[in-house]
Design a protein around this ligand. Sequence first.
Ligand code: ACM
Length: 539
Amino acid sequence: MVRSLLPARFLPARLLLTSAVLLAASVLAPTMAQPALLPAPLEATWTEAGVFTVTPETPLLVPDGDLGALRIAGILADLLAFGEDTRPRTVEARAYARTPRLDAPPPIVFTDDAPDSLGVEGYVLTVAPEQITLAANAPAGWFYATQPLRQLLPAAVEYAAAFPVPLTVPAGRVVDRPRFGWRGMMLDVARHFFGPNEVRRVIDLMALHKLNRLHLHLSDDQGWRIEIPGWPALTEVGGRTEVGGGEGGYYTVADYDEIVRYAAERFITVVPEIDLPGHTNAALVSTPELNCDGVAPAPYTGIRVGFSTVCVDREETYAFVGDVTEALAAYAGDVIHLGGDEVHELPVEDYRRFMTRAQEIVAPTGRTFMAWDEVAETDVPLLPGSIVQAWRPVTPESAEHLADAVQNGARLVLSPADRIYLDIKYDSTTALGLTWAGLNGVRDAYDWDPSALVDGVADSAVLGVEAPLWTETIGTVRDIEFMAFPRLAGVAEIAWTPQALRSWDGYRQRLGAFGPRWAALGVQFYRSPEVEWAPEGVE
Ligand code: ACM
């Protein structure tokens, strides 16, 4: 990466701060002077050095020739645009330095001189009246540095019509890197279909909290949602149903490719799931040869589970799995999830035989095989590096199965239903959602430690945390927002912030202060009585 040669005035602002009075401030208990960052960073220090003022003249300087920094500076410039004609300029630093101006406005500077210890996702964000510096080792780090910067700006920055001019950012320094590499959300687009625009909205809200995995549950009994070349009936028939009898829908190859690309631009990797061998009624309806008797069943638009299975004794089934896998592997990504949950219609031996063969079909694609925790319970011999998604409330017995899978080389993504299933109701007043795993209040969803969830599994085997949102009762993007927020912000913090820096009290206060930002973004979040929400409106 090209290192920029900057004159003294563009030195990282943390050097400029050495003479300032540094007031160490715990991120756990924000006051009016301590901004509410979600997720909480590793280290944050606020100073009395004043504020940085953003104007339409503020230049955004990037290392020369660094297209990654230029792209992310462009995203920041879009956020800071006061209107169509007032988008701050993005400029290569050396060119900017060549034409010094006495009245040059303080710049926002992207540099590549972050400590190596911060890795590719870490960053140092320094705000002083003279300069804002975003230092990172890679584009992901710069992108993640822009999120706290955004959260330090007034909430109204999220809604251009209410833009306060000028914008100010309090002085301070944030040094940050994530706890876990897998910080995810799952969206079930099978029970109810959500189109590309709705998925992009979810991606935008995930990015605000530095989530980096979007798992799309692309097939279930009620619908098949992704075009598979050579199998047109899957979408033409199986894509036309959803829970409650709605019209359904599906992603064309172009739609899905665009979702993957949009997510990747925000450092989110899409994890596609085709649920097999159960949860397959929509596939069985459209493809008679996947049924043992060769007869397609009727479409299903209710919300029962566990009643369907592809025929594990027919070679056509494995040809189908091969074509599906190949289609998924054609998109950017690194994991293929083949489900494996709640197969009540198959003897365990048949289930194990099917899942074993399915993972062998995935292997040549180079993608990592992922499945729900039934594969651990039934001792499917997983290939080393496979990912088990632990979803059922953990018992001593299930912990043993998970620990055995890890012992054999698998890794875990934690999605405990009784904590972070986003389709479980918050409390008795929640109209949407289900209750089979109890109630997941805002505190319940936040106040747990991934390291303590599964006895006998070392932290090194836990890739991270992912919050599923099943959509049996969720029909609109507003429903998604209501069930996801604020709980998804807590999941992001569980995955990002070291356990020792997290507390319910600190989180609760930051959530309360964050409400106006979601409101400015038009997010339909649940104003849970567990939190004291700050008044909303233009500041
Ligand atoms: C699941 O909730 N059936 C993975």
